[in-house]
Design a protein around this ligand. Structure first.
Ligand code: TRP
Length: 356
């Protein structure tokens, strides 16, 4: 069986370092591993519109921002098909057929949808399209016959719901759709990177993000203002590493080779953490080290982003060509789906349609 990756992001803002360690970095690794026959990276504008119906311009503007972030991180258009969701209308048609295989109660139980409804104060006024987005996400995944879906941990319920739709479809209409697997980063710190304020999740609406497009000085300012252990008041006090955002970021970004370069008194993160726990290590020193590490990781990304920013027409061409390739693939799957459902009325011998 072909090994296929499909994943994507809603274009509601520029991507941040939480996206990077939670999924983007993994995608680039998978893309370059040579283990996959096809890689599709989707800018999910139609999904973004499910809760931004009044602000299509916000979605429109962020399509390019997300594309730039992808290219900056090393998504390579020669290896991956980058495309815009709404440019593949087959996805909408698939969604419409899948909707009949899912109950309202089941969507209501989806923990991600539940949390989002609460966060947006939708309760009594949920747009129908928003409510159905897990089903449309199943269409995204299955249209490309994805075997692997690298996403952040918060997307787990979406993949589970997709798998249920696949099983239901295949049971009712015969083996047609491919069962996907979620791919999560193996590093725990990467699963859910907290914001710089220590809040559970980095999120645009909380204003606690470090963006991939942030300038060097902004990154430094944000890191130096980060929350740490609130009880670590004096340098000599013992400190807590667990739940301390500065150390969570180090766990997500630091490599051993950064120590000789930036902090040669220690060999590795373990030694640094031990010292912090014992007491005698100040937050400012750790933050300065984190800043050096993050600048080393983000510098090349920022530089590549600036290069692509000078080539917007080329970025548009990449999206246009990607959308063309993506549509061809989705159209094939839609044909298979309609054939399995036997609603491909004009395709072949359909004489049973008029038999009594
Ligand atoms: N829901 C994802 C997000 O919030 C975006 C997305 C849409 C997606 N369709 C997908 C991710 C299919 C993986 C697979 O960013």
């Amino acid at each position: 069986m072909k090994q296929v990756i499909l994943t994507g992001d809603r274009p509601t803002g520029r991507l941040h370092v939480g996206h990077y360690v939670g999924s983007l970095k993994e995608r680039v690794k998978l893309q370059n591993s040579g283990d996959y026959d096809e890689v599709y990276i989707m800018i999910a504008d139609a999904q973004a519109l499910t809760d931004n119906a009044e602000h299509p311009e916000k979605v429109r503007q962020n399509i390019i921002q997300v594309a730039l972030d992808y290219l900056a991180c090393g998504i390579d258009p020669a290896k991956s098909t980058i495309f815009i969701q709404s440019m593949v209308p087959e996805l909408t048609e698939l969604t419409f057929y899948y909707m009949n295989l899912v109950t309202v109660a089941r969507v209501q139980r989806n923990p991600t949808v539940k949390a989002e409804i609460q966060m947006r104060n939708f309760e009594a006024s949920i747009p129908v399209g928003f409510f159905c987005y897990p089903i449309s996400q199943a269409a995204d995944i299955t249209a490309f016959r994805a075997t692997h879906v690298p996403v952040g941990e918060d997307q787990m319920p979406m993949i589970e719901q997709c798998k249920e739709i696949v099983h239901k479809f295949n049971t009712v209409y015969g083996e047609t759709l491919t069962d996907p697997k979620i791919v999560l980063p193996s590093n725990k710190a990467c699963l859910r990177l907290p914001g710089i304020d220590g809040k559970a999740k980095m999120s645009k609406s909380l204003g606690n993000c470090i963006y991939l497009s942030d300038e060097e000085a902004d990154v430094k300012k944000k890191i130096m203002s980060m929350f740490t252990d609130p009880n670590h008041l004096r340098v000599q006090d013992p400190g807590r590493v667990e739940g301390n955002p500065v150390f969570i970021y180090l766990e997500a970004f630091c490599k051993d080779e950064y120590f000789p370069e930036f902090l040669p008194e220690y060999q590795n993160l373990e030694e640094l953490e031990d010292h912090y726990r014992r007491g005698g290590l100040g937050d400012v020193k750790v933050k300065k080290f984190l800043n050096n590490v993050m600048q080393a990781e983000l510098g090349p990304i920022r530089a590549r982003r600036k290069e692509w920013e000078q080539r917007i027409p080329d970025v548009m061409d990449i999206l246009k060509e990607g959308s063309r390739v993506a549509e061809a693939k989705a159209a094939q799957t839609l044909n298979d789906v309609k054939a399995s459902m036997r609603i491909n009325y004009f395709d072949s011998d359909q004489s049973d349609m008029y038999q009594k």
